[in-house]
Design a protein around this ligand. Structure first.
Ligand SMILES: N[C@@H](CCC(=O)N[C@@H](CS)C(=O)NCC(=O)O)C(=O)O
Length: 215
């Protein structure tokens, strides 16, 4: 059963979708789409009317929105279960995914990583004010995640779940800024989780290769 994943190599949400497929052990074809480009193919715009990535196509079934994709991957295919069955653990898993989308993505990725790491690397004008705003917003997000995380090896117990898969790429980009790493290390649970999860082969294998610094 062919799976096609449309994504952009540096996109954190595409990374989440790839990570879910790797954790599930499902092979897929990768189709590169840069959502920031001006010439996005019309066929992709028909697939994703909001011009974002990723989108997944599985034997004619199209799904976009990363949480919907990863839940579909978990529920449609054989492999390790990536969502807790127990209602409270499952609610916690969904809560962490939603915190990541609603409160972590913008400051951690679009402000700290983009303006502190990616733009300087690619010689695109960075805004120090945006970077600072991200650093100021991050502690509240990290404290909330620290509180939501359980005491198991992973965020929701002792098995990896979609909560880990949703949050880890965002933290992965955030800690590339030394200031981000310092803030993460103020949180014991999150630091311990990060030290373990970031070594998983699915995570290492899907980590985007950032462009090397341009002269
Ligand atoms: N709600 C979407 C968000 C996806 C998203 O924002 N993707 C970013 C890349 S990480 C994107 O396509 N950005 C293009 C833009 O902002 O124009 C999801 O869950 O998939």
């Amino acid at each position: 059963m062919a799976i096609e994943l449309y994504g952009y190599r540096y996109s954190v949400y595409s990374w989440i979708a790839r990570l879910a497929l790797h954790e599930k052990g499902k092979a897929y074809d990768w189709i590169e789409v840069n959502p920031f480009a001006e010439n996005i193919p019309a066929s992709y715009l028909a697939t994703h009317p909001f011009k974002r990535v990723p989108a997944l196509v599985h034997t004619g079934f199209v799904v976009y929105e990363t949480g919907a994709i990863t839940r579909y991957v978990d529920e449609a295919f054989e492999g390790p279960k990536l969502q807790p069955a127990e209602p409270r653990e499952r609610a916690r898993c969904n809560q962490i995914m939603s915190i990541a989308d609603s409160y972590a993505y913008w400051p951690l990725v679009r402000q700290v990583f983009s303006h502190g790491v990616f733009r300087p690397l690619t010689k695109v004008q960075a805004d120090a004010n945006e970077f600072q705003k991200g650093l100021e917003a991050a502690p509240r997000v990290l404290s909330a995640l620290e509180k939501a995380a359980g005491e198991g090896q992973y965020l929701c117990g002792n098995q990896p779940s979609l909560a880990d898969i949703h949050l880890a790429p965002m933290i992965g980009y955030f800690v590339l800024a030394p200031e981000g790493k310092t803030l993460l290390h103020k949180h014991r649970r999150l630091s311990d989780w990060w030290a373990g999860f970031s070594k998983r082969s699915a995570f290492v294998d899907t980590t985007p290769q950032l462009p090397s610094a341009l002269p």
